[in-house]
Design a protein around this ligand. Structure first.
Ligand SMILES: *[C@@H]1O[C@H](CO)[C@@H](O)[C@H](O)[C@H]1NC(C)=O
Ligand SMILES: *[C@@H]1O[C@H](CO)[C@@H](O)[C@H](O)[C@H]1NC(C)=O
Ligand SMILES: *[C@@H]1O[C@H](CO)[C@@H](O)[C@H](O)[C@H]1NC(C)=O
Length: 171
């Protein structure tokens, strides 16, 4: 019993023994999966006043600013799905899923970004207020690296784009 307790308290601080993945101590890191919907050329986070933001403060709304090219027709119905992973954990320095209770799945993307998303190159601003998902925020640790997998699906054509965003967050 004591050994289990000691092991648990040891592993709760295990992130301290890990390096920040992909330079996330100082900057956001992102990449996208191959997509027939959109190509993402640049991504960063801003606060509601348009100021560059890093680390990302999840206790207030954050705006994901994406330079994308929509390679297809205008997207009128867009679904947003987000999953979250935390770095560190019981078995060493790796990404572990954070439960999101389905709260971040099947969202109406047009409530977070302006629709329609026209064809061609443009800046998309995705405003996300994680503070309305307090159950999830409560599970997150301050000044820790998280990965958000942000998927947008064009519901008319069923093509999708997933951006993987790794960042230090403030909770
Ligand atoms: C770092 O980023 C690359 C993509 O740029 C990704 O393939 C790799 O898994 C990331 N490493 C970690 C530890 O997350
Ligand atoms: C994060 O945002 C909250 C709410 O606006 C603010 O009170 C807090 O000071 C911010 N934290 C940091 C480290 O900027
Ligand atoms: C997106 O990035 C590309 C490459 O840096 C740039 O040429 C283009 O002007 C940017 N698009 C917008 C809408 O800012």
């Amino acid at each position: 019993m004591l050994r289990i307790f000691l092991a648990a308290s040891f592993f709760t601080v295990v992130f301290g023994a890990c390096d920040w993945p992909n330079g996330t101590d100082t900057a956001l890191h992102w990449w996208q999966d191959p997509s027939q919907f959109c190509t993402v050329y640049a991504a960063h986070a801003e606060d509601l006043n348009g100021n560059f933001e890093y680390p990302i403060n999840l206790t207030r709304p954050v705006v994901a600013v994406l330079n994308v090219t929509n390679g297809g027709p205008a997207a009128n119905k867009v679904q947003l799905d987000i999953s979250i992973m935390e770095y560190g954990g019981f078995t060493g320095c790796q990404w572990n899923n954070v439960p999101t209770f389905g709260l971040l799945s099947g969202l109406n993307g047009c409530e977070y970004a302006a629709c329609p998303i026209p064809p061609g190159n443009q800046i998309i601003k995705l405003k996300i207020d994680f503070s309305q998902f307090q159950n999830i925020i409560n599970l997150l640790n301050d000044h820790t690296p998280y990965q958000l997998d942000i998927k947008l699906t064009n519901k008319d054509t069923n093509v999708e784009v997933t951006a993987h965003v790794q960042a230090k967050v403030i909770t």
